[in-house]
Every structure is written in structure tokens, then in C-alpha cells.
Design a protein around this ligand. Structure first.
Ligand code: BYC
Ligand code: FE
Ligand code: FE
Length: 474
């Protein structure tokens, strides 16, 4: 059980380590200032029907009730320790999992934890204005749930920094509250987390695509030989599922509504569809192209010595590492990556250790494809022939072998001019954003009501009806 009588709820016996407790209690007001400054705008007095963790056990871990978000009980929850856990891969394979940071890997490990931690507040900053134009109380509650949990994910990484990295850790924890998404002088670390999330279509795409990068990265870190990191990430993963659910069902509900309107009015061309106040499928495809391409950049370079180091040192594993049947050392393995040679994309086998970013990206793409297939079933069931498709892996990439090349969604290598001539067919153009935002000028807050451009969900939250008052404004 989690102790909620303490100032910082936790299941790590924080009260027994006074120095650590004081350090975190010192960070807490800085975190609150960050939340007031960069968290969801104008939301501080709202009462939101939120879930809060009560245990870290997989079943029945949450309780639901109205909470003002600044009073949300952010805390430190790790999955329980298992005494026999070992380092499961790399050169230390078979050693007992580390309970303290191995001295020689200190700075590498700190960097990974800081990079992970940095994405959490970044996403809250990216989404902060969206409450002002929500399509329903149900959706408003969901975005706030995602936001408070991303806040907690920041706490999770900050705990590790304070507990295991002394003064440098405390400095990094402060810096995590100082960087800001999109800031020219002090931006967030990774590309996708500095992109705006200007509307709800972008939000759903983000939670489908980018939160799923979270799932895969956290899964790889949950394999870590550094046991506190592994246990922290395991618990974070239980929360991540809801974020991806919000994204997948959000896009699915938009598709459903668009298809209903297209069928009812027998219209097909984007202009006619837009005139009926719903989002045309072509625009959905452009948003998909954008969010997919900036998200697959988050996996890093196709061939990366950093990734090899993370693995051989036992700090970051593969997705489902312990379920894979091989030697978990990978010294003699190869893995295919792609590169651009002249005007062709060619496959090249490289040492598997250096290709671990690419492998994780491929695991991710596999799962993404299944989600896109489910979206396409919504369109198919409506009797419409349009299909969404993932662009080629090399399309619109800024990191790795494809960076600096101009690849079409179909995988042709183009000249810069040819690519830019088509850019507005492939990626959301300013007028696409203007159109989508024109549908979202105000918020829909009457219980049970939904904006015209999105279908209601199949069911409410925690067994509540759709017309439940998920947010009270006061
Ligand atoms: N943008 O060998 P390389 C989540 C940098 S999402 C900017 O290719 P490496 C969430 C890289 O840092 C999960 N820079 O990369 C989702 C390196 O910099 P330095 C987040 C980039 O190190 C939604 C250089 O390029 N968690 O939780 O193998 C809402 C060359 O490095 C980018 C993690 O990412 C980029 N896209 O891999 C809320 C896990 N990509 O050293 C939350 C922790 C690469 O030259 N991070 N660079 O200065 C990692 O494991 C690794 O840092 C990365 C990069 C996989 C990100
Ligand atoms: Fe997160
Ligand atoms: Fe998330």
C-alpha cells in the first residue's frame, strides 16, 4: 500500500531517510510553481474525476474521486523488489541486479534518467492550452488524467536523481523544471517534445504515437540491471496504457464521426467533408505522417554506439528482453538497417549491438501498424474505400541515416525541390491547422454533449455514464 499520510506519498519508506525526504520536500514547491506556471491553463480550481494509485499491484491499483489538480497526490511508487532479480543482459549478465549505481556508469545512467524525465513535463507543457477547447467533459477529464500522471512520471525520475546521484542529481532535478517545451534558449531535450500540440487531433495523435515511444523506452528501461530504475519504470508502464488508449480511441472516434457524415451526406472530397464541420480523412493522414515521423526520430540513430554501451553495460535492455531467446550479449549478431546510397535505399547488416535503437524502433512500428489497422477497420466498416497508411520509415526524418535526405511517404528518394513541392500534400500545412482549429474555438462542457467533429466513446470512465459530470468548474 502507498502511504498517503505523508507529505510526499510513497512506498519507498521515505520517512526513514531524512536527508532525502528534506531534499524532495525542497523540490516539491518548485514542482508546484512549475505546475502553476506550465501546467493546464486556468484549471487550478476545477474538480476533476481522477484516478489515484493506492497500491502498486497490477489489479485494483487505483481509486477514483474528485480532485483539484494542484492537490493531486504526486508521489513515489516503485514496484516491489524481487530478491532474486539479476542483470539479464550485457557483460554483467548473471550478476545480482544493482541496488546502487555502479560508479563507472554513473554519468551514462544519469543521462538516460534525465532524458526520460525531461519528456514528462514537456508533454504537459505542450498540452497546456487544450482544456480551453475540449470536445467534451469526458475528454477534458482524460487530458487532465494524462497530465497529472506525466507529472508523476517526472517525480519518478526526480526520486532516482535525488536518491542515487547526490548533488548532480539535485541539480538535474532543478533543471528539469527550468527547461520549457519549444523555448528558444532552454528547450526540452528531444525533438518531438519541442513541437507544438496545437489542437485535439494533434493531442490524440501524440498520445497514440509519442506516448507509445514512452511505452517502448520504459519497457527497455524496465529491463535495466539498475533495479530501482527497472522497478520505477514497471509501475509507470501501468499508467501509460491509459494514455495510449486516449489517443487510439480519440482518433478512432474522429474517424467514426467523419465517416458517418460522409455517408449520410454522400460526400467524399475534402472540401465537402470540411464544409460539414468534420475533419477530412486526408487531413488525418497528414497528421499521422507528422506524428509518426517525429516520433520514430525519438529512438535515436540507426547505428548508435550509445545504444551499444547502454546494452553491454546492462543499463537499458531490449523490448521484452527476458522473453527473447538468445544469448543476451549479442556479440556476434547482425541486424538490418537502411541507408541512402545515391538515389536508392539499401539494406545493410550492422552489428546488432549498434542497431539496438533501430530494433526498438522496429518493435514500435510493428505495434503502431496494428493500431492503424484498427483505425482502418472503422473506415472500412463505414463502406468507405480510403485507408490510412504509415509513411516509409525514411519520410521526414531528422535523426539517423535518413536525416538530410528527402524521402517520399512511398519511399522514393527525391531531390529537395521535388520533396518540398509535395510537402503540403504530405504534412499538415498552415491552412490545415487553421481548419482543424476552426472546429475547436470553444469548449464543450455540457455533461453528455460532444463536439460535432468527434463521436462519443463507447463507455464512460470507471463505469460512469457518458453524461457524468467528469469535471466541475466551480
Ligand atoms: N531529438 O546515438 P544517438 C515518453 C541525440 S517518451 C534530439 O542517436 P542514443 C513520453 C542523442 O541524445 C520516452 N536529439 O542516440 C511520451 C545524442 O545526443 P548527444 C522518452 C536526439 O543516445 C509522451 C545524439 O542525438 N525516453 O516517455 O542512442 C509523453 C546521438 O545519439 C534525438 C527515452 O528517450 C531526438 N529525437 O538514443 C510523455 C529514454 N534522438 O549524446 C512522456 C531515454 C537522439 O550527442 N533516452 N538524439 O548529446 C534514451 O535512451 C536515448 O537518449 C535516446 C537516444 C533513445 C533518446
Ligand atoms: Fe510518461
Ligand atoms: Fe504517457
Amino acid at each position: 500500500m502507498i502511504d498517503y499520510t505523508e507529505k510526499i506519498p510513497n512506498n519507498v519508506d521515505l520517512g526513514r531517510d531524512r536527508v532525502l525526504q528534506r531534499a524532495l520536500e525542497h523540490w516539491q514547491p518548485a514542482y508546484m510553481s512549475w505546475w502553476y506556471d506550465a501546467g493546464p491553463t486556468e484549471s487550478h480550481n476545477y474538480e476533476v474525476y481522477l484516478r489515484t494509485a493506492i497500491t502498486v499491484e497490477p489489479d485494483g491499483w487505483a481509486k477514483f474521486g474528485y480532485v483539484r489538480m494542484p492537490e493531486y497526490r504526486w508521489g513515489i511508487f516503485l514496484q516491489p523488489r524481487s530478491a532474486e532479480r539479476a542483470v539479464n543482459f550485457g557483460t554483467h549478465k548473471g550478476d545480482p541486479a544493482w541496488q546502487e549505481v555502479p560508479g563507472e556508469y554513473r554519468s551514462t545512467l544519469r543521462r538516460v534518467i534525465v532524458t526520460q524525465g525531461d519528456t514528462e513535463p514537456a508533454s504537459v507543457e505542450q498540452q497546456r492550452m487544450l482544456g480551453m477547447c475540449c470536445p467534451s467533459l469526458y475528454d477534458l477529464r482524460n487530458i487532465f488524467q494524462v497530465n497529472v500522471e506525466e507529472g508523476r512520471h517526472l517525480w519518478a525520475m526526480v526520486y532516482l536523481l535525488h536518491r542515487y546521484f547526490g548533488r548532480d542529481g539535485r541539480e538535474e532535478a532543478e533543471a528539469l523544471l527550468e527547461r520549457r517545451s519549444g523555448d528558444v534558449d532552454n528547450p526540452r531535450i528531444l525533438g518531438a517534445f519541442n513541437e507544438p500540440t496545437p489542437d485535439w487531433l494533434a493531442f490524440y495523435m501524440f498520445t497514440f504515437f509519442t506516448d507509445r515511444d514512452g511505452k517502448f523506452q520504459l519497457s527497455a528501461l524496465a529491463e535495466s540491471g539498475f533495479d530501482p530504475l527497472a522497478r520505477t519504470c514497471r509501475f509507470m508502464l501501468t499508467e501509460e496504457a491509459h494514455h495510449m488508449f486516449v489517443g487510439e480511441t480519440g482518433v478512432s472516434r474522429i474517424l467514426q464521426r467523419t465517416c458517418e457524415v460522409m455517408r449520410e451526406h454522400k460526400v467524399e472530397t475534402p472540401g465537402d467533408v470540411r464544409a460539414l464541420g468534420v475533419i477530412d480523412l486526408e487531413t488525418m493522414q497528414k497528421y499521422l505522417n507528422f506524428h509518426y515521423s517525429v516520433t520514430i526520430d525519438l529512438f535515436g540513430s540507426d547505428a548508435s554506439s550509445n545504444a551499444a554501451t547502454y546494452y553491454t553495460t546492462g543499463l537499458k535492455g531490449r523490448y521484452d528482453e527476458t522473453k527473447i531467446e538468445d544469448d543476451h550479449v549479442l556479440a556476434d549478431e547482425v541486424y538490418p538497417v537502411f541507408e541512402v546510397v545515391g538515389n536508392k535505399i539499401v539494406e545493410k547488416k550492422v552489428p546488432a549491438l549498434t542497431a539496438l535503437n533501430e530494433r526498438l524502433r522496429d518493435d514500435y512500428i510493428h505495434e503502431i501498424q496494428a493500431g492503424v489497422d484498427r483505425w482502418n477497420r472503422v473506415i472500412e466498416n463505414a463502406g468507405i474505400s480510403f485507408r490510412l497508411r504509415l509513411p516509409h520509415k525514411g519520410f521526414h526524418r531528422a535523426i539517423g541515416n535518413f536525416a538530410g535526405h528527402f524521402i517520399s511517404p512511398h519511399g522514393e528518394v527525391l531531390t529537395k525541390e521535388a520533396w518540398h513541392n509535395h510537402e503540403r500534400d504530405w504534412l499538415p500545412a498552415p491552412e490545415d491547422h487553421v481548419f482543424v482549429q476552426s472546429l475547436m474555438t470553444g469548449r464543450v462542457v455540457e455533461p453528455g454533449k460532444f463536439a460535432n467533429w468527434i463521436a462519443p466513446p463507447i463507455r464512460g470512465i470507471n463505469g460512469q455514464p457518458l453524461n457524468f459530470e467528469y469535471v466541475r468548474f466551480n
